[in-house]
Design a protein around this ligand. Structure first.
Ligand SMILES: Nc1nc2c(c(=O)[nH]1)N(C=O)[C@@H](CNc1ccc(C(=O)N[C@@H](CCC(=O)O)C(=O)O)cc1)CN2
Ligand SMILES: Nc1nc2c(ncn2[C@@H]2O[C@H](COP(=O)(O)OP(=O)(O)OP(=O)(O)O)[C@@H](O)[C@H]2O)c(=O)[nH]1
Length: 461
């Protein structure tokens, strides 16, 4: 698909179901394109839709070629350019029967519409300038959001996020690139239109913004995708009981996937709007010595991939020295961990006291004691507390990579200023930075990139 063919396809009128497939109370079928109004009008009995104002709703019937009523419907009109896609958009609310939906969509296709591809409405919104690429990507994130945190970051990006800031900086950089390119035309005369000190300041300023955004990904990613937490510990220390205690309180079981090859259970819970994905590893037998053995390699891998490890100990089963060895082993993994001493109900205060140096949390999973403290600690560990709701966070790996590439090009620019290189090379490096920066907002894009992004959307979006 070339950009030209993208634009050409843009002249088609597309149709898709906008609501989930299956039956429901009401279904919404959406059309976008130059013929949306005439196509719907040709099968609609009611007011002449072509004479109606934008953003109005009309009651009537949809009839097939034999004048048979398929359904009583409501039709909403969005007259170009006042719509999501900036084209004519018509939405038909029908009774949510699969038969009705299918009949009406087929009717529209016979009347000249074509079935929309995944993400095609939003692709058009992007191509027609309603939103930039990072905002379009965020539309998919908004749809997928399943917690207050993932919703917040997606919504913020959809509404502009860092787009404007990046666009402004890019404009300023473009200015310098043109000035330097102008110098090339006067190369004989040794003039400098672009003040190197000002350029240097700008590059430093941009790098500062890039750095802030790149660093924000760690937290942005956590907010968007949840925090993977591995619960590890020997058999019978109380891992399942803990998981239940965490889940019961929240009643927020999102998924329960039993691992295929192993006994790995995953469950999500929501703590203060943040999703934590617990991965219960039923793997560590005997002691941690075995962690080097092949059999527990997978558990080790899981632990190494975790953002956080909850390491659980049963102090009745294991003596203090044994616990100390396990803690030492965990430390070597160099992953943040929380040490849980479970079954505190079975120990005296004096017995518990000796574990203090490890800075553990004492709990009784069975009696649901200490669970709140654990949640508090989990939130602390991902250090999300100091993020304000207005902070702009990067949540998309594609964006991070583009930001890093931009930074690398700008470092070359800085180098070129400090160790003067000829204007043509300097201009080249700036253009390279502009290119990478432009891929984020889509000011620079290729068909493959767009295809890659929008094909992951749902049909009808
Ligand atoms: N029924 C329905 N609900 C929806 C959408 C939709 O397309 N249809 N949306 C998307 O899928 C989202 C809303 N996005 C939209 C964005 C702009 C316009 C629109 O009509 N814009 C006009 C008028 C603006 C105004 O009156 O202020 C414009 O931009 O000119 C509509 C929906 C979520 N809900
Ligand atoms: N007294 C006491 N018993 C507990 C506590 N937590 C768990 N248990 C008991 O410890 C036993 C093991 O608990 P599980 O939750 O099945 O332990 P597990 O670590 O998931 O065990 P595996 O699934 O074999 O890895 C059960 O009999 C629990 O009732 C606690 O806080 N106090």
């Amino acid at each position: 698909m070339s950009l030209e063919s993208l634009q050409a396809e843009n002249t088609d009128t597309i149709v898709a179901l906008a609501t989930p497939s299956g039956s429901g109370a009401i279904a919404v079928i959406r059309l976008s394109g130059p013929n949306a109004l005439t196509i719907v009008n040709s099968v609609f009995k009611g007011k002449d839709l072509r004479q109606q104002a934008s953003h109005t709703i009309h009651f009537g019937t949809i009839r097939d070629e034999g004048d048979k009523i398929i359904d009583e419907v409501l039709v909403s009109l969005f007259i170009a350019p006042h719509s999501y896609t900036k084209e004519h958009v018509v939405e038909i609310s029908t009774h949510g029967s699969k038969y009705i939906i299918e009949s009406i969509i087929k009717l529209f296709i016979r009347k000249g519409a074509r079935a929309a591809k995944a993400g095609e409405f939003t692709l058009r919104a992007f191509l027609n300038g309603s939103m930039d690429l990072s905002q379009a990507e965020a539309v998919a994130d908004v749809i997928a959001s399943n917690s207050a945190a993932s919703h917040q970051v997606a919504m913020q990006q959809m509404r502009g996020g860092f787009s404007n800031e990046l666009k402004q900086l890019r404009e300023q950089l473009i200015h310098f690139a043109s000035m330097i390119e102008l110098e090339l035309d006067f190369s004989e005369e040794d003039v400098e239109f672009a003040n190197r000190l000002q350029l240097r300041d700008l590059v430093l300023q941009i790098n500062k913004v890039l750095h802030r955004l790149i660093v924000s990904f760690e937290q942005g990613n956590v907010l968007k995708n949840g925090v993977p937490v591995v619960i590890a510990g020997k058999p019978n220390v109380g891992k399942s009981t803990l998981l239940n205690a965490l889940l019961n309180e929240e009643r927020a079981i999102v998924s329960e996937i039993a691992g295929t090859t192993r006994d790995t259970i995953e469950d999500e819970i929501n703590i203060q709007g943040i999703t934590f994905r617990f991965i219960d590893t039923a793997g560590i037998r005997d002691t941690f010595d075995i962690i080097e053995a092949k059999g527990v390699e997978r558990t080790r891998q899981k632990m190494l991939q975790a953002r956080l490890i909850i390491y659980m100990v049963d102090p009745v089963q294991d003596a203090f020295d044994e616990v100390a060895i396990q803690v030492a082993d965990i430390i070597t993994l160099q992953i943040p961990f929380v040490l849980l001493i479970n079954k505190k109900d079975l120990l005296t205060a004096t017995q518990l006291e000796q574990y203090q140096p490890f800075n553990p949390i004492f709990i009784s999973a069975k009696n649901e004691e200490g669970v709140e403290e654990l949640k508090e600690e989990l939130l602390n560990q991902v250090s999300l507390k100091d993020i304000s709701v207005d902070d702009v966070l990067v949540t998309n790996i594609r964006h991070v990579e583009a930001l890093q590439n931009t930074q690398a090009s700008l470092d070359k620019v800085l180098n070129g200023i400090d160790n003067p290189i000829t204007s043509d090379f300097l201009a080249l490096d700036i253009r390279q930075a502009l290119h990478h920066l432009g891929t984020i907002t889509g000011q620079v894009s290729t068909d493959d990139l767009l295809d890659n992004i929008f094909s992951k959307f749902c049909i009808g979006k």
